[in-house]
Design a protein around this ligand. Structure first.
Ligand code: ATP
Ligand code: MG
Length: 236
């Protein structure tokens, strides 16, 4: 039986990585063999694309100052995704593993489509090409006002700076967030949120909309309620 595929989505700082880790731990406790992935990344090429996108800041606003073109950005994310799906994700699902992915195709629709304004049909075509039509069984949307979520990221960053200055050995580093879109204006983040909400509304059976402002343990319980049902689903 093919494994269950779960995707976590939401804006910067909405709690995707926190929930991905909590779900991974829970699945381990239940004796499942989960696999935790993030986008872009998870393959040698994907990690290189991630580093490239982190180094090449800007895009929308700073494009005129040499940032990456929105179409180039879309193609880079898609290239990393094609590697991940074909080399890692698909084989893991075929082995029956439960795969958690921190961002997937809905991010491309929200950021490059609604945020950057690239045509949604182009994005749909590229997403289908990169994934071979693979869809998640469950997409969790951690919905939050961007002002609030970005405030969390800023607090996290200043905490990291303080611990670094204090010279803590092996000082903490946040290597998870892409930190690519944070300097975009609030209008960009509002469009991204709208993009997520519209995708969720169009496919309510697959999406689980959660208030990202709730306590992490509370959110984890809501997510677990849905995941448990998927794990115990009858064979087709
Ligand atoms: N439900 C929550 N309530 C309060 N704080 C939270 C919650 N979830 C996560 N946080 C905190 O908010 C910050 C961002 O969380 P996290 O890194 O999980 O978000 P993210 O969606 O993965 O962000 P990014 O898009 O940058 O990768 C962290 O400092 C985390 O501890
Ligand atoms: Mg994250």
């Amino acid at each position: 039986m093919p494994g269950v595929f779960i995707v976590l989505e939401g804006g910067e700082g909405s709690g995707k990585s926190t929930q991905a880790r909590l779900l991974y731990t829970r699945l381990m406790q239940e004796g499942a063999l989960p696999l935790l992935l993030h986008e872009p990344g998870g393959t040698a090429l994907g990690e290189q694309v991630r580093r490239l996108l982190m180094a090449e800041r800007g895009g929308g606003q700073q494009r005129r100052q040499g940032g990456i073109e929105p179409l180039t950005e879309l193609l880079l994310f898609s290239a990393a995704r094609a590697e991940l799906v074909n080399k890692v994700l698909h084989p893991a699902l075929e082995e029956g593993r439960t795969v958690i992915c921190d961002r997937f195709t809905p991010s491309t629709v929200a950021y490059q489509g609604y945020g950057r304004g690239l045509p949604l049909d182009t994005i749909a075509t590229l997403n289908t090409l990169a994934t071979g039509g693979l869809w998640a069984d469950l997409i969790v949307l951690l919905d939050m006002a961007p002002e609030e979520a970005l405030g969390r990221v800023a607090a996290q960053q200043s905490l990291l700076e303080v611990t670094e200055k204090a010279g803590e050995r092996g000082g903490r580093q946040d290597e998870e967030g892409l930190r690519r879109f944070e300097q975009e204006p609030m209008t960009f983040h509002r469009k991204v949120r709208q993009g997520y909400l519209e995708q969720a509304a169009a496919d309510p059976g697959r999406w689980l909309l959660v208030d990202g402002g709730l306590p992490p343990e509370h959110i984890a319980e809501v997510i677990w309620g849905r995941v448990e049902g998927l794990l115990n689903r009858p064979a087709p």
